[in-house]
Design a binder for this molecule. Structure first.
Ligand SMILES: C[S@@+](CC[C@H](N)C(=O)[O-])C[C@H]1O[C@@H](n2cnc3c(N)ncnc32)[C@H](O)[C@@H]1O
Length: 270
């Protein structure tokens, strides 16, 4: 295969895997269990659905829901659509090729937005504001992101993440951002080691397969991913993926930013 960009190299690495971020069905279902009134969930959006691991975990756990997976990489979209057909879920799982930042979603039309390992693509603060109007009142947003767990990171970890994820927040900062954007925190939990390793172990094996590649982009990514796995494991008490389950809060009067175009502020009554 001729690799023509970093994106192509990324998909060359991740294509054969079964997920694109830390997490497993236990952590997905644990977050889903926190969603209030789960029985009335009908309209679910899975943003940055990747290989569809979360799409199918959600569809299987919510037999009355229709799950729409949104993914920008066409082969992943086809894979989700194909699996939906062959697994008999074609009437409830829909796969759309699109940009999660540019969707035309009717206000109040979604019961649950899911974004495992993908909110960073839009940027957390922007996503919180942009996606909120899509939710019906009391609708929920569940996402996972790589966050700081310790007050201070070790020097090596700090230097690595300053380059690789300069926007990394602490858990407290995520909660504050969510509340400022008009959500209530329903639950948050740190993903356990096995949920991280569900991603890193197969990724490490894939890296070993590709180690002899002559492609410069691939090798550059290879080095970055290898370093990431090493830093995440060695400083696993300092930072990692946390799941946040938020509920749209509507007991306050919104005074600005409802269309996601500006900052959000709230009238008295918080
Ligand atoms: C880190 S992976 C997470 C995938 C999946 N949620 C999981 O947990 O395995 C992010 C995914 O988002 C997709 N993506 C990147 N930019 C996107 C965008 N603007 N809109 C929709 N999907 C996007 C990527 O192709 C990739 O599959």
């Amino acid at each position: 295969m001729c690799i023509v960009s970093i994106d192509d190299a990324m998909y060359e690495i991740f294509g054969p895997l079964s997920q694109g971020a830390p997490g497993n069905d236990d952590s997905t279902l644990r977050a889903l269990d926190a969603v209030p009134s789960r029985d009335i969930l009908r309209r679910v959006l899975d943003l940055g659905a990747g290989h569809g691991r979360t799409t199918f975990a959600l569809a299987q756990a919510l037999p009355d829901a229709r799950v729409t997976a949104v993914e920008i990489h066409e082969p992943f979209v086809e894979r989700i659509a194909g699996r939906a057909r062959t697994s008999g879920l074609g009437d409830r799982v829909n796969a759309i090729c699109g940009d999660m930042a540019k969707l035309d979603i009717a206000a109040g039309s979604i019961d649950l937005i899911w974004a495992e390992g993908s909110i960073y693509i839009v940027g957390m603060e922007r996503a919180l504001v942009m996606w909120r109007p899509w939710l019906r009142p009391d609708g929920c947003l569940a996402f996972s992101d790589f966050v700081r767990w310790a007050g201070d990171l070790s020097e090596e970890a700090r230097a690595f993440w300053a380059v690789e994820y300069p926007d990394m927040a602490s858990e407290a900062a995520v909660r504050s951002r969510a509340e400022a954007a008009g959500y209530r925190i329903v639950r948050s939990f740190r993903m356990p080691r096995d949920a991280h390793e569900a991603y890193y172990v197969p990724l490490e094996a894939r890296m070993a397969e590709l180690a002899g590649s002559a492609d410069a982009d691939l090798l550059q990514l290879h080095e970055g991913i290898r370093k990431e796995i090493d830093v995440v494991r060695r400083y696993c008490d300092e930072a990692g993926y946390t799941f946040f389950v938020l509920q749209r809060a509507d007991n306050r009067a919104r005074v600005a930013g409802e269309d996601g175009s500006g900052s959000v502020s709230w009238a008295a009554g918080r």
